[in-house]
Design a protein around this ligand. Sequence first.
Ligand code: SIN
Length: 479
Amino acid sequence: MKLLKSKYANIINNKWINSNSTFQVKNPLTNETLSIVSSCTKTQLKEAIKSSQNAFLKWKKLSIKKRSTYLINLFNLIKENTEDLAEIIVLEQGKPISEAIAEINYANAFITSAVNAGLQLKGEILYSHFENKQGHVYNEPYGVIGCITPWNFPAAMITRKIAPALITGNTVILKPSELTPLTALALGELAIKAGFPVGILNIVCGDALKISDMILAHNDIKKISFTGSTKTGKSLLDRSSTTITKLSLELGGHAPFIVFDDADIELAITAAIQSKFRNCGQTCICANRFYIQDNIYPAFIELLHTKIKELNLGNGLDNKTHLGPLINQNAIKKIEDQINDALEKGATLICGGKKYNHKKFPNAHFFEPTILTNCTATMKVFTEETFGPICAIKQFKTESGIINEANNSIYGLAAYAFTTNLKRTFNLSKELNYSIIGINDGTPSHTEIPFGGFNQSGMGKEGGSYALAEYTQQKYVSL
Ligand code: SIN
């Protein structure tokens, strides 16, 4: 382990900046402290913003080609350090090592994706309205962008934001989750090694509310890109009105997972396991509500149960582990509350339903993979984002009925449907009111797609060329 340190500070002006106030980062497997991190003070945050603003004035003048060289340097260093970074993810977040390695590769692919898209960035000339004038449209960077990232993907959600922000000429103040800042700081250290000019990427750690309040109030922060809960997204929206700080929000989801009786059941089960249990159910796009057509309802549940029995809970560093611990005790409480609510309202517990006590790791936040059947639309599992390994299942009869039911949600991020009927496939693609739809596909995300939700799942898109629109604003010049 080369990158993991027992003490960390903020990264401002390419230097480690300590403060007197610190917080602990815990390993969710052992509940032991992994590292102590300095909280960014008000003065340090002001300094960071000033440094990013100064850096912006120079960075925006560089050609995109020149900017891309720094990002490619970072890409190469991340590639060299994949295992080390993946191990930090496992230690602070808990996911299995194979998923952590996949995350580092995913994170790195956002860098090449942003570079490739950035090199294609163009402006426009408008000839339309006057014989003696020409209109030029420039795609300009905003300035300093505040990137606030979550704990469930401690690397990929960072590069998904900072790579397109930087390639388009913005500079970044990155605020990683206080639960998983170590991956961010390790990436920051690699960025310094990659020769990033001073101030283009400052990393500030500590209390999310305090830091977001300060960056929202600061006139030099022109935009905030946030990934996290819908509740926090709404609070950012409320608080952004004083400064009209622009926002990109990638928020919660509540994905319906619909299986029709003409589906390839084996395929649907494999996809259900991938979607539901990736990162132990702690992803915004994971299946949240299962709707199974009545003819295949018993068979689907039986097969799902058989597959779930094969899942191993354990140390993410062990190659045999499929499910690591949940992030913390609050995650366990939330799931227990949803299960109790479902059982009180008449759901049937097929398996799981409680915290798992691992003999070797008694302090870990494990939860047994759970199946609840006979669920109804009023249960919390069918209305609140779960973020845990729970399959809540309800049966349905007709296509039109299930489309209405699936669309009856405040969320609109991802939806899944399984069918071999082509006409139905097109109908579902048109009628499901979700921004990402997996038809016979449980893992629809990759770096180039427009990732971001409809409804209360957010605003704005991340990924590939779509992200460039988030980090540039149009300037019109009439000549
Ligand atoms: C998320 O859903 O939390 C992000 C996962 C992804 O990019 O696939």
